[in-house]
Design a protein around this ligand. Structure first.
Ligand code: ADP
Ligand code: ADP
Length: 238
């Protein structure tokens, strides 16, 4: 069973001028432990696909199965339990971090919400997660604005991984960072993928970024997956 199986997914949006077909019959498989990169220009439907894959958004049609469990049409309660197994990081790490909350508390909160551990063990886990992403455990005392952009994305990654999700969805995770910092964050994701046997869906408009982390690459164009293959094959094409 693949970790993620998407079949025939379509999604329309209504805007002032009419209906936009954001996704039209998209399908792909993501085997456990592998990384699928999705590239495509702005507006091709990548973010919509990411939000549907983690159950944040319902498709108009199609099927999304996480380790065999259908997400489409799932009851709210079951969806909440399932959502714990899929975490996302975004272009702007501040979208998932509260500026008034020390980052240790932000990570501990994720565990507390799911009733995991006591105060001491949650504090210890937060420290371990920060060290896992290359920050000192003591950085947990700081607030998000006291970190650089790249460090902040590391914090968001630590927070996303503290529940040991089955699937990590990265939506343009380095697009807002300086090029030199991009490589560091990408290398971190590659290391985490290896060490934790992570399954990742990695979305970017930048093929060179995707090629850095993905085993397989899908190319999206106007809401359709127009190409899919092993990274080296998609890359080799003229
Ligand atoms: P090849 O890519 O050479 O055909 P693979 O064993 O790598 O052989 O893949 C077999 C099939 O499984 C292909 O259709 C490929 O698209 C799909 N596949 C394998 N891994 C992934 C992945 N990580 N994401 C999406 N599809 C994958
Ligand atoms: P990408 O991530 O590749 O930039 P998106 O999934 O964000 O693509 O968008 C796909 C299409 O759907 C675009 O035409 C976009 O304008 C449209 N779209 C996305 N979100 C909304 C929304 N909330 N309301 C209306 N249209 C939207």
């Amino acid at each position: 069973t693949p970790m993620l199986a998407v079949d025939g997914v379509s999604k329309h949006y209504r805007n002032g001028r009419g209906i936009v077909a954001a996704l039209s019959g998209v399908g792909f498989r993501l085997p456990a432990g592998s990384t699928l990169g999705i590239v495509g220009e702005s507006g091709s439907g990548k973010s919509t696909m990411a939000r549907i894959a983690c159950g944040l958004l319902a498709p108009d049609a199609g099927s999304v199965r996480l380790a065999g469990t259908e997400l489409v049409g799932l009851a709210v309660r079951d969806m909440r339990r399932l959502r714990r197994r899929v975490q996302m990081i975004f272009q702007d790490p501040l979208s998932s971090l509260d500026p008034r909350q020390r980052v240790s508390a932000a990570i501990e909160e994720v565990l507390a919400v799911h009733g995991l551990g006591d105060r001491r063990s949650r504090r210890a886990s937060a420290g371990q997660m920060l060290e896992l992403v290359g920050l000192p455990a003591a950085a947990g005392e700081r607030y998000p604005h006291q970190f650089s952009g790249g460090q902040r994305q590391r914090v968001a990654i630590a927070r996303a991984l503290v529940l040991k999700p089955d699937l990590l969805i990265c939506d343009e995770p380095v697009s807002a960072l300086d090029v030199s910092i991009q490589a560091q964050v990408l290398n971190l994701l590659v290391r985490l993928k290896r060490e934790l046997n992570l399954t990742m869906l990695f979305i970017s408009h930048d093929l060179s970024v995707v090629a850095h982390v993905a085993d397989h690459i899908g190319v999206m164009q106007r809401g359709r997956m127009v190409e899919m293959g092993a990274a080296e094959d998609v890359f080799r094409r003229p």
